[in-house]
Design a protein around this ligand. Structure first.
Ligand code: IPM
Ligand code: MN
Length: 371
């Protein structure tokens, strides 16, 4: 029986995770079951156990077949040293689980095109996947640090520095993920870099080209400068199939792509490491953060986290059939007009304006019984 580790975190994390878990519970039947563990992470873990990623939490995540993650982050912990901030739990989990590719799926259909900040005519039919390298780049390369004699007033020569670095092997493994995804989709890969200024990017570009030439000649590869790619993602997002980028550019472009949907509450991400297709070690999460301003008020949109559960079924538990059912149920509930506050429009009738729980209920109602 597969084991799923649930890591609620804080803010709206526990609320949306509860809805996603309820969807998974509804799928239980003769052909599907799972063991569940729930462990603390983020600011709540720091308050209770002195660390945002307690050893027991990392151990539970590593022992599980997949991790479903809520959200972490709390500005009340901003004064803490970097190693104790909630965000470090995210980075520690990525490292500890060996996750090196983040896949963010962005799909905009007729029912939700009107939510986009862009014209529906520009976004309707968008179906793109951002593949972000998750382990290297300026996030983790060393040296990294500060050279400051005394704080405030800063001397003019005080420095902060990070290193941008990629090894060919790091580029190759994530390039394979992106090329495979492109091959299974529409066969187009847009690789993003700043090869006009960065040596790291020149290597990136060469390695991605080589992987494509040697292994995926059927996939159409195009290289983009990051600034140009950001513009094109907004101006003509339908032109993209799979977008591949390093950790930093990918962080930014994942969010640019997400906002096309009209709410960061809608998309989900699969963070993957090694494994075989369908049985990849992974952490699955919504695209949004803790949204502390609406936490505990039954106002958060659970769609992102429920879609994350679908990605978990698809990528980690080898159940594409169940993933399809969950994704179809989400689309059905949205097409029926159910709206949490972040995706309500002035025309939304009062009876379709719902909270977190009722949105989850609507999606579970729409889950087709096993055929
Ligand atoms: C994300 C977040 C994280 C990142 C932060 C919180 C470390 O922005 O998951 O995209 O930059 O990777
Ligand atoms: Mn981010």
């Amino acid at each position: 029986m597969p084991c799923i580790a649930f890591l609620p975190g804080e803010g709206i994390g526990p609320e949306v995770l509860a809805q996603a878990r309820a969807v998974l519970e509804d799928l239980r039947g003769p052909g599907f079951g799972f063991d569940a563990v729930e462990v603390p992470v983020g600011a709540v873990a720091c308050d209770a156990h002195g660390h945002p990623l307690p050893q027991a939490t990392l151990a539970a995540a590593c022992a599980a077949d997949a991790v479903l993650f809520g959200a972490v982050g709390d500005p009340r912990h901003d004064h803490l040293p970097r190693a104790l901030r909630p965000e470090q739990a995210i980075l520690g989990l990525r490292r500890g689980l060996g996750l090196y590719a983040s896949l963010r799926h962005i799909r905009i259909d007729a029912a939700t095109a009107v939510l986009s900040p862009l014209k529906a005519s520009v976004v309707q039919g968008v179906d793109l996947l951002v593949v972000r390298e998750l382990d290297g780049d300026v996030y983790t390369a060393t040296p990294k640090g500060q050279r400051i004699a005394a704080e405030e007033p800063f001397a003019g020569d005080a420095e902060g520095f990070d290193s941008m670095r990629y090894a060919a092997g790091e580029v190759q493994r994530v390039a394979h993920v992106a090329f495979r995804a492109a091959r299974a989709r529409r066969g187009q890969l847009a690789s993003v870099d700043k090869a006009n200024v960065l040596e790291t990017s020149r290597l990136w570009r060469q390695v991605v080209s080589e992987v494509g030439r040697d292994h995926y000649p059927d996939v159409q590869l195009r290289h983009w400068y990051a600034d140009n790619a950001a513009m094109a993602l907004v101006a003509s997002p339908r032109d993209f199939d799979v977008v591949l980028a390093g950790n930093l550019f990918g962080d930014i472009l994942s969010d640019v792509a997400s906002v096309l949907t009209g709410s960061i509450g809608l998309p989900a991400a699969a963070l993957l490491g090694d494994g075989e297709p369908g049985r990849t070690r992974g952490l699955f999460e919504a695209g949004h953060g803790t949204a502390l301003d609406i936490a505990g008020q039954d106002r958060a949109n659970p769609v992102g986290c429920i879609r994350a559960a679908a990605l978990l079924l698809r990528h980690a538990l080898a159940r594409p059939d169940l993933a399809d059912r969950v994704e179809a149920a989400v689309l059905a509930a949205l097409a029926q007009g159910w709206r949490t506050a972040d995706i309500a429009i002035p025309d939304t009738p009062a009876h379709l304006r719902v909270g977190t729980q009722a949105m989850g209920d609507a999606i579970r109602q729409a889950l087709a019984p096993a055929g």
